[in-house]
Design a protein around this ligand. Sequence first.
Ligand SMILES: Nc1ncnc2c1ncn2[C@@H]1O[C@H](COP(=O)(O)OP(=O)(O)OP(=O)(O)O)[C@@H](O)[C@H]1O
Ligand SMILES: O=P(O)(O)OC[C@H]1O[C@H](OP(=O)(O)OP(=O)(O)O)[C@H](O)[C@@H]1O
Ligand SMILES: [Mg+2]
Length: 280
Amino acid sequence: MLRIAVPNKGTLSQPASQMLRDAGYRQRTDPKDLVCRDEANHVEFFYLRPRDIATYVGSGDLDLGITGRDLLVDSGVPASELLDLNFGGATFRWAAPADSAITADQIGGRRIATAYPGVVERYLTERDLKADVVRLDGAVENAVRLGVADVIADVVETGATLRQAGLVTFGEPLLRSSAILIGRPSEEAVGAAQLVRRLQGVLVARSYVMLAYDVRADLLDQATALTPGFESPTVSPLHREGWVAVSAMVPRADVHRIMDELYELGARAILVTDIANCRL
Ligand SMILES: Nc1ncnc2c1ncn2[C@@H]1O[C@H](COP(=O)(O)OP(=O)(O)OP(=O)(O)O)[C@@H](O)[C@H]1O
Ligand SMILES: O=P(O)(O)OC[C@H]1O[C@H](OP(=O)(O)OP(=O)(O)O)[C@H](O)[C@@H]1O
Ligand SMILES: [Mg+2]
């Protein structure tokens, strides 16, 4: 049985389980359950704190896990990123009081509060800087106000928490994070390839739609330039002389612009359909 770690609580928990459900796996129905066996797929899911997931995968006690890239980097364990799952996006950034005027090249020698000391130490080591890293568990935004640090380094999603604490970001993000699937480097667990393929299918189904339309055959080249598809668009003859039907996958984010442009060109009966799942 493949043993997979899934976040039990926090920002990543619900979307991680939803993605696994969309990929055809059984997930717990009671949020208090800590294990869920999916006999049909020969997989067992363990619900753990996202911060601990890298530890279990790094030690080889679990085969695969879903966690945040920032948490993997912070842990420093020998596990590697197998797939970006495209949710739980956030940046990891420096922040200081709005009136402090500190810049990223003045970080050396400061007191830095963070719940991610591994990420901060990596940044400092890469630049040969020394600083006093104050490790906190959370609510790091309070650290400057309470006098234990000069700056903080923390997860920023909307920026609302920083604003409320009177802090502003400075410098480039230390890293850009999102939820990722992790595994042991150079050691493919049995069944891991199928899980990766299934998750890739979900990712594609979420970011593409099927677009179908009718167009005059003499406009086909211009129309298919707008909808080149993944491999190549499907073109079928229509009963009506001189017209063809086209279907192609298009990026969900572009579909309204592409429909407008197709309509302008003379295409009609333009239909959009969601893709439930796929293997490409
Ligand atoms: N708005 C957000 N707040 C916190 N973490 C976020 C956010 N958006 C994405 N993440 C990611 O979620 C992971 C943190 O997970 P964690 O379970 O600690 O979440 P949490 O919401 O901070 O939970 P808790 O506060 O209960 O510990 C990190 O990988 C982080 O980058
Ligand atoms: O940019 P935002 O959208 O405001 O989100 C980022 C904030 O959310 C998280 O805190 P959380 O609520 O998890 O509390 P914690 O600090 O106790 O973990 C994170 O640590 C930041 O403080
Ligand atoms: Mg948190």
